[in-house]
Design a protein around this ligand. Structure first.
Ligand SMILES: NC(=O)c1ccc[n+]([C@@H]2O[C@H](COP(=O)([O-])OP(=O)(O)OC[C@H]3O[C@@H](n4cnc5c(N)ncnc54)[C@H](OP(=O)(O)O)[C@@H]3O)[C@@H](O)[C@H]2O)c1
Length: 314
């Protein structure tokens, strides 16, 4: 990607998370990327934010720091709100004072799931769990500034072949099925996957492709949606992982998957049954690829990566 001759200084809060690591992996040559870990700057401490911005003076902040454990957010709502909402207010205040642009990541979980077609940026959000509510509070704060320095990027179901996410969880489970006691190894002991929640998987490196292009835009809209194209349930996503990984020789049969309902999946979190995002308005910035194609790209990368632990041995 051409970033022009002038180098752009981009700062991320959060360094170790899935998105921050993807930004590092995909960093264009002409971008100076400063990534501050939780240890370096705890975003719940406004003074630390202020010091970091005064020192680094980036052109753009991409806030990758968040409280993302949806289950724990129900138990510790104060912590979730502190990191996902109050801290974003601190970042916005400091960014505004220094004239720094800010991209805030948000989520499909700001919606209640009542729609049957992908959510448009113009649709009114109404979160049904603490994590979603905390992210929605951050959105409201940023929108209240009515500042063209700020924008919100909602995304969904992030995954990669590294880190902790649905893909790596599934690959770990599915790679153990040669052990006859392991779940997934028989019809009687399948891997249970929820089949009544629909959304759009997003390969995190494709989100960064969008974000880097967004950084180059002279003017921003207030809200963007970005996910890979197409929709599926978690069960359908798992089925595709299984089929593609077996095809690539990363996994071997038998692997038994069982579709279940959200009710059967013991969770304290109320999750939207439908949370696919309509990314149509983002097409002026980047084109979307089908989620199945992105999954294939990701699994092929895994197959050829040094860290690949999953290649099936016959
Ligand atoms: N993952 C998804 O499926 C998904 C879906 C939709 C939207 N999003 C949004 O996308 C963004 C990136 O998500 P992600 O998957 O990359 O999250 P992640 O992997 O959980 O990473 C979150 C990062 O935030 C850091 N962090 C947490 N509290 C902090 C604090 N008080 N100060 C500074 N850093 C702090 C964590 O550091 P430590 O680990 O060191 O605490 C970690 O590096 C988030 O805004 C998330 O809400 C994610």
């Amino acid at each position: 990607m051409v970033f022009g001759s002038r180098s752009m200084k981009i700062l991320t809060f959060g360094q170790t998370g899935q998105l921050a690591r993807a930004l590092k992996r995909t960093q264009p040559n002409t971008v100076e990327l400063i990534q501050l870990s939780h240890q370096q700057v705890d975003i719940t401490q406004p003074q630390r934010i202020d010091e970091a911005l005064a020192y680094y003076r980036p052109n753009i902040i991409i806030n990758c720091a968040a409280y993302t454990n949806v289950e724990k957010a129900e138990i510790n709502p104060e912590s979730a709100i502190k990191t996902n909402a109050l801290a974003v207010e601190y970042i916005a205040k400091a960014a505004s004072a220094y004239g720094i642009k800010l991209i805030q990541l948000s989520t499909d979980y700001v919606f209640d799931g009542g729609s049957s077609t992908p959510y448009l940026v113009t649709q009114k959000p109404a979160a049904i769990n603490t994590y979603g509510q905390s992210k929605l509070l951050a959105e409201a704060t940023l929108l209240s500034y009515q500042s063209d320095l700020f924008c919100i990027v909602r995304t969904s179901w992030l995954y990669h072949h590294t880190g902790n996410n649905f893909l790596t969880t599934m690959l770990k489970l599915m790679s153990q099925t040669h052990n006859q006691a392991a779940i997934g190894s028989s019809k009687e002991n399948p891997i249970n996957i929820v089949n009544d929640q629909t959304g759009s998987p997003t390969m995190v490196d494709d989100l960064t492709r969008f974000l880097w292009k967004l950084c180059l835009q002279k003017q921003w809209s207030a809200i963007y949606h970005w996910s890979d194209a197409g929709i599926c349930t978690w069960y359908e996503f798992a089925q595709a992982i299984k089929t593609q990984a077996i095809g690539l020789g990363l996994l071997r049969q038998p692997i038994y998957l069982q579709p279940i309902t959200s009710e059967q999946y013991a969770s304290i979190v109320n999750r939207p049954v439908f949370s696919a995002l309509d990314s149509g308005l983002s097409h002026t910035i980047a084109t979307q690829n089908p989620w199945q194609q992105q999954l294939s790209l990701c699994l092929n990368e895994l197959k050829h990566s040094k860290e690949c632990l999953f290649v099936a041995k016959n």
